[in-house]
Design a protein around this ligand. Structure first.
Ligand code: C2O
Ligand code: CU
Ligand code: CU
Length: 413
């Protein structure tokens, strides 16, 4: 529906039956339709209103991951919809184009909620992006990557990841799908929607061009043969299938495990391109405050700590001033050797360095989630612009934040 200068949607959050493995049906949680929720397409500067109704047997709420959103629409883990309740979320879209993600964030329940399908793409487009000539329309394809555990009858079972039991890799909710493609350029928006899996994506050694990350287009494209994609991270890549003969099959794999296949099937004119410069980074103010954030764990109690504490909704862990810029140094000092990541609501930050060395290729743009491998530190620079209020920051390995307490809060004053 089109309102007055804004777009209005309604989503009913409910359980449906879906055929995820061939010929077998399982119940999934959805934003109305299927395992991957409907894609919301939005434009920078034009607000979107989403009215959501909870028809699940459990509580839920919805967070717009990567979105610059006022606190009352952010989907704070304690701002919940009970079964039968509705809630209206307002997204101002005052930020540049990006591949965003809406997902369940009900405290403790979000790990299972996201796993069962409560998530979808929110594609924000900036006007000026159109003039770059990147592949668009039906050549611009979002792909949600997740993993799951199915029993012998094809029922999706929720298990935590301790034993690495979520063995089936899913692309847009299906195991090893194939995409017939033309011999031309395509843009793919890959989102790691899994709770715990760090994807190492490759095309069998072939080069892919990364053009975007969490917060949208990179300043310049980066060519790579492998991408490390931690939970909640997004990359946008361009693959030029004109390099391959008709009949070629290219497998996108996680290490050596196939995720999906592209079949080059027909020739087509291609007027798209990948310019040498994509989007300049916004300027950041100076005078940053420095903070140290440290990750640790207690494996016996299955707790994961941010600065020695687990989540407490009644505690503010960091006070920040509105419109200030801060540098946070995040250290993974977890003696158990776990991977952790850092995600902050509200903001898009820059990665400054990793243990003093330059960030990984592809980390040159705007980010909202960053992987911090064991015994390393990452420094990020964060602009806290715009809205006041209480927001969370957490590890986005969702089993850690949901069950291990690995979450904290900042308040913008
Ligand atoms: Cu993807 Cu706190 O969120
Ligand atoms: Cu978020
Ligand atoms: Cu973690």
């Amino acid at each position: 529906a089109v309102g007055d200068g804004m777009d209005v949607y309604h989503q009913t959050i409910r359980v449906v039956d879906e055929e995820m493995l061939p010929g077998l049906r399982t119940s999934v949680y959805t934003y109305g339709s299927g395992f991957v929720g409907p894609t919301i397409r939005a434009r920078s500067g034009r607000p979107v209103i989403v009215r959501r109704t909870n028809r699940l047997p459990v509580r839920t709420n919805t967070h717009l991951h990567g979105g610059h959103v006022p606190a009352d629409s952010d989907g704070h883990p304690m701002a919940l919809m009970e079964p039968g309740e509705s809630r209206t979320y307002c997204y101002p879209n005052e930020q540049p184009g990006a591949t965003l993600w809406y997902h369940d964030h009900a405290h403790v329940l979000e790990a299972e909620g996201v796993y069962r399908g409560l998530h979808g793409f929110y594609l924000l487009e900036s006007e000026d992006e159109r003039y770059l000539g990147l592949p668009s329309g039906c050549y611009d394809i979002p792909i949600m990557l997740t993993d799951a555990h199915f029993d012998a009858n094809g029922k999706m079972i929720f298990i935590t990841d301790d034993g690495g039991g979520r063995k089936t890799l899913l692309a847009n909710g299906r195991p090893q799908p194939y995409f017939p493609v033309a011999a031309r350029r395509y843009r793919f928006r890959l989102l790691n929607g899994s709770n715990m899996r760090i994807f190492r994506l490759n095309l069998g050694g072939q080069v892919m061009t990364q053009i975007g990350s969490d917060g949208g287009l990179l300043p310049e494209p980066v060519e790579q043969t492998e991408f490390v994609l931690a939970p909640a991270e997004r990359i946008e890549i361009v693959i030029d299938f004109a390099r391959y003969r008709r009949g070629t099959k290219l497998v996108l794999a996680d290490g050596d495990r196939p995720v999906l296949r592209f079949d080059v099937q027909w020739e087509e004119e291609d007027y798209s391109r990948v310019p040498d410069t994509l989007r300049p980074l916004p300027r950041l103010s100076d005078g940053p405050t420095d903070r140290q954030i440290t990750f640790t764990s207690n494996l016996k109690e299955h707790k994961f700590f941010i600065d020695g504490k687990t989540y407490d909704a009644n505690r503010i862990d960091a006070w920040v001033e509105r419109n200030s810029t801060e540098i946070w140094r995040i250290t993974n000092a977890d003696a158990a050797g776990f991977q952790h990541s850092m995600h902050l609501h509200l903001v898009q930050f820059r990665v400054l360095d990793r243990d003093g060395a330059p960030p990984w290729p592809g980390e040159s743009g705007l980010k909202d989630t960053v992987l911090v491998p064991p015994n390393t530190s990452v420094r990020i620079k964060i602009p806290f612009d715009g809205y006041r209020g209480v927001y969370v920051y957490h590890c986005h390995m969702l089993d850690h934040s949901a069950f291990g307490g690995m979450m904290a809060q900042f308040q913008v004053t």
